[in-house]
Unconditional design. Structure first.
Length: 600
């Protein structure tokens, strides 16, 4: 079933539709058009319903358009999470029923804008992917300086870009050649510096803290010894010595970061396993006898926690060593940087690191320990990409990221403790001006991109899509009854009537001329004012020579031929000087002759 219409009770949205507004029904373009007949909802056939012909992957695709301040964003919020409304749910055969809620539908809200608040009132089965929500999610609850806060968000954004780029490259869509980063900088994240000191363990099993402390100390001691040993007795330059030092320091910083990430998982378990840890009694001798890499692996294979008779081995997390080994294998002279905690890797290597890291992270899902969001790495691209490319990547990579999370059972929603519990096969995407910063050509193809890519991102799910837009370029791809027109009046908004408007397949220039989008002509307001001043001055017929020359220069610059010739004609009559008019005619003759020659 799809959401075919949205019923708004009387005076329920006064901040959009005015005080004491009448009950309203907003139609999204289903098989029926729904009306209010007194207190009752009635239905009539939608003669323009063709969504079943346009796509078998998206049940219904609708667009809310309107002026600034018309209530588009607020309406999306109310559709997703409002209270007291009714939803008209429609079956494929046109049968319908009224529903008090849509908690069976997973609602996903996306906007590229930094709204003043997130969905604090998010109900079950909703996901806020607004810019502000992502900033919070990407910082994993950390509190820090704004620069660090933004850096963490940008790092997670780059991760989403790289992962989506790989997915996008498999689709064979060539309309938008997205930027592929040749290299990606990866920086090891910092965990609490002193967490490995016994007095700083709070919720880690007491039976394990001594072994963990020994491992952290071994990382420091062995790293120092390796660095000294690597250059001992060799005739090398300072630069070569520096390279050796960077390679060794990074390797042992990686061990410390990986172990710090795991210990954070133990600490985040609360007090569940304070005395319920186990490890082989000979751990001290074993750890002492092995190199750090293998001592850590031995710990994971021989330690764990228990509940009663049931044991949980840390061997469940051995995928961490696939990640560690891969990173060390690709760290060479080509990847080192001036900062020993950072490496530069190729795009495909960054993607492999992300995949291995996801395997390790996901090994905690449904396990004895919680999924801990704080990342081991920070990612940065090696290039600056345009605002339009960023907008495209942000929109689709964020939705791809969420789709992969719900498919893998990853719950990272800070706003809802049960955001995955109710998800079934129905997804409602609410995309608020997702085409922001798109080039006009991309805007023209925006609906096509959504229709092509979204079903592939959310494969296996039944989709419904509601977008908002200011742009008439979008409407040429939508039947008129799939468009909700919000017309902003002086102090309130009214629902526009689609019956008298052309949308689907309509000429884009005609859509621009619709007074709903463009009032007071089809040229920029600034130049319209300049032309108005010129006309006023010409009409006085008392122009001084300086002003005549200014007007001639302005007329020469105008590219709209009808306006240009008319102003030239008016100036000629006012000054009794036909030279400009003759010049314009001669230039037009030359242009037409050149055009004729091209045809031949």
């Amino acid at each position: 079933m799809k959401i075919a219409a949205f019923y708004i009770p009387q005076d329920h949205l006064p901040f959009i539709f005015g005080d004491n507004h009448e009950p309203l029904i907003i139609n999204f373009g289903g098989k029926n058009i729904y009306h209010l007949d007194g207190e009752y909802v009635t239905a009539s056939e939608n003669r323009y319903f063709i969504d079943d012909l346009l796509s078998d992957s998206i049940d219904l695709f609708s667009c809310i358009v309107g002026n600034n301040g018309g209530g588009k964003t607020t309406l999306l919020h109310q559709i997703s999470n409002g209270y007291g409304y009714k939803y008209i749910m429609e079956k494929d055969n046109g049968d319908w029923e009224l529903s008090d809620g849509i908690e069976s539908v997973h609602r996903v809200y996306f906007t590229p804008y930094l709204n003043h608040s997130t969905f604090d009132e998010v109900t079950n089965n909703s996901k806020d992917l607004s810019k502000l929500a992502l900033l919070k999610l990407d910082n994993h609850g950390d509190q820090g300086l704004f620069e660090e806060f933004l850096d963490a968000h940008n790092s997670e954004t780059v991760k989403r870009w790289v992962e989506f780029n790989d997915f996008y490259s498999t689709l064979g869509l060539k309309e938008i050649p997205l930027p592929i980063f040749e290299k990606v900088e990866i920086e090891l994240n910092h965990f609490e510096n002193n967490i490995h000191k016994p007095r700083n363990y709070h919720d880690t099993s007491s039976q394990l803290t001594s072994a963990l402390t020994q491992l952290f100390e071994k990382i420091s001691e062995e790293g120092d010894a390796r660095e000294i040993e690597a250059g001992r007795g060799k005739k090398i330059t300072n630069r070569e010595a520096e390279k050796i030092s960077v390679l060794v320091r990074f390797e042992y910083a990686l061990y410390e970061t990986a172990l710090g990430k795991f210990v954070l998982s133990l600490e985040r378990a609360g007090n569940k396993y304070l005395e319920e840890g186990y490890i082989s009694e000979d751990y001290h001798e074993k750890i002492s006898s092995l190199e750090v890499r293998y001592a850590m692996q031995w710990f994971f294979e021989n330690a764990g926690v228990f509940k009663g008779e049931e044991k949980h081995s840390f061997a469940n997390y051995l995928s961490l060593f696939d990640l560690i080994d891969y990173i060390i294998s690709i760290h060479d002279d080509d990847s080192i940087t001036d900062n020993w905690r950072k490496i530069n890797v190729y795009n495909d290597q960054a993607l492999m690191i992300m995949r291995l890291y996801n395997v390790f992270n996901n090994s905690f899902i449904g396990n004895w320990f919680n999924y801990v969001e704080k990342p081991m790495f920070r990612f940065r691209p090696d290039m600056v990409i345009s605002s339009g490319e960023q907008s495209f990547l942000n929109l689709f990579s964020t939705l791809y990221y969420h789709a992969e999370n719900i498919k893998n059972g990853v719950d990272i929603d800070l706003h809802s403790s049960a955001s995955l519990e109710y998800i079934n096969d129905k997804v409602l995407l609410l995309i608020d001006e997702g085409d922001n910063a798109f080039h006009p050509q991309w805007k023209k193809e925006y609906v096509k991109y959504l229709r092509q890519i979204l079903p592939l991102i959310f494969s296996g799910y039944k989709l419904q899509v509601i977008i908002t837009s200011h742009d008439p370029l979008t409407l040429s791809d939508l039947p008129k009854n799939n468009v909700i027109f919000l017309e902003k009046m002086s102090s309130f908004t009214v629902l526009g009537q689609p019956n008298y408007r052309r949308t689907f397949g309509a000429n884009i220039s005609d859509l621009f001329k619709d007074t709903f989008f463009m009032k007071d002509g089809q040229i920029g307001s600034f130049v319209a004012g300049v032309i108005g001043d010129v006309i006023s001055d010409i009409k006085t017929r008392s122009l001084d020579p300086g002003r005549v020359q200014e007007i001639r220069r302005l007329i020469n610059c105008i590219d709209e031929p009808i306006i240009k010739f008319k102003l030239g004609e008016m100036l000629s009559e006012a000054t009794d000087d036909k030279s400009l008019e003759k010049q314009l005619i001669d230039e037009e003759i030359i242009r037409l002759q050149e055009r004729r020659n091209r045809i031949q």
